[in-house]
Design a protein around this ligand. Structure first.
Ligand SMILES: Nc1ncnc2c1ncn2[C@@H]1O[C@H](COP(=O)(O)OP(=O)(O)O)[C@@H](O)[C@H]1O
Ligand SMILES: [Mg+2]
Length: 304
């Protein structure tokens, strides 16, 4: 069992999911899932294939509303039944396939669907100026905002897609596997940008398979397993192995064995203490630690 650590008390989450459930026919994709994201916090959402990550994101993005549960925005229950509702609240989603247009340049992609028009014509000068400003405040380096997206590296394309999501001035940005297809250097570019989003006070939900990425930028990691919460961990005080065992549900690994041993030691000490404190009324007590110890061993081996 993973340790479930409480999240920081205090600030009201910008976005909170409470008891979210979702079924597709016979498949119960999500069961009673909770998740909280605060301003200036990066929360990694991890889990094996089929764990329900994409389904959960779709409920937040208004693409596939939940059957059950409550979504709270800044402490108040809200209805997110279509993508527009999510955008209006301030939720931006960058999907894995990016949905960039290869034949358009960077400016064209940034302003796709929100073009600036003056006197009935596209105001290319203004869009270009704002594109430069946006990329520069995010320290995104692109050779030129007038080159086609197709000629950029994967990392640059990903940063353009993330920059585009910021034009609606969201408070929460959801990134679905933003580094999945990237090499080391390009991954670093994208993770740098995630850091900058946090500095700007945004809440970020980062879906990732990559534990190195999670350890590098996330503050907390929420694990989904078989459509349910399987632990929320503070990244700084949690090992990669602990996160992985929450993802896989593994019981037989070095981490769980070590934890079981120390729990046994603590249990034995406590029992011995209790026996000493009440020797007359609990005559049978001293025998118990040894009994429990014996009883526990085969159980653990059987669980392996
Ligand atoms: N549109 C759908 N129709 C039927 N089943 C679906 C649909 N979308 C997801 N599922 C099922 O829901 C479960 C969770 O899937 P998903 O959210 O895609 O997981 P993840 O993104 O963590 O890999 C899986 O069993 C998947 O097969
Ligand atoms: Mg998925």
């Amino acid at each position: 069992m993973p340790a479930i650590q409480s999240t920081e008390a205090g600030a009201t989450p910008v976005l909170a999911l409470r008891g979210i459930s979702k079924r597709f026919g016979a498949v119960q994709a999500l069961t009673d899932v909770d998740l909280e994201i605060r301003a200036g916090e990066v929360v990694a959402l991890v889990g094996d294939n089929g764990a329900g990550k994409s389904t959960l994101v779709k409920t937040i993005a208004g693409v596939g509303p939940a059957d059950d549960g409550v979504i709270e925005w800044e402490g108040r229950p809200v209805t997110v039944d279509r993508p527009h509702a999510a955008q209006e609240l301030g939720i931006a989603t960058v999907y894995q396939d990016l949905a960039l247009c290869d034949n358009l340049d960077v400016v064209g992609n940034l302003f796709l669907g929100r073009e600036i028009v003056r006197a009935g014509v596209l105001d290319e000068v203004e869009m270009e100026r704002r594109a430069r400003e946006l990329l520069s405040t995010l320290s995104i380096r692109i050779p030129s905002v007038r080159i086609p997206i197709a000629s950029l590296s994967g990392g640059q394309r990903q940063t353009v897609a993330i920059a585009r999501s910021l034009l609606g001035e969201p408070k929460i940005v959801i990134l679905d596997e933003p580094t999945a297809a990237l090499g080391v250097e390009q991954t670093a570019q994208v993770l740098d940008l995630v850091e900058r989003l946090r500095e700007r006070g945004l809440g970020v939900i980062l879906i990732s398979h990559n534990m190195a990425d999670v350890k590098a930028v996330a503050d907390r990691v929420a694990v989904l397993r078989l459509g349910r919460n399987n632990g929320t961990f503070e990244v700084a005080s949690t090992s990669q192995e602990e996160i992985i065992s929450a993802i896989t549900g593994a019981t037989d690994n070095a981490v769980t064995r070590r934890r079981a041993r120390s729990a046994e030691a603590v249990g034995a000490t406590e029992a011995a203490g209790a026996a000493k404190a009440a020797p007359t009324t609990q005559a049978a007590e001293p025998a118990e630690p040894a009994e429990a110890d014996k009883a526990n061993k085969p159980e653990k081996e059987a669980g392996a």
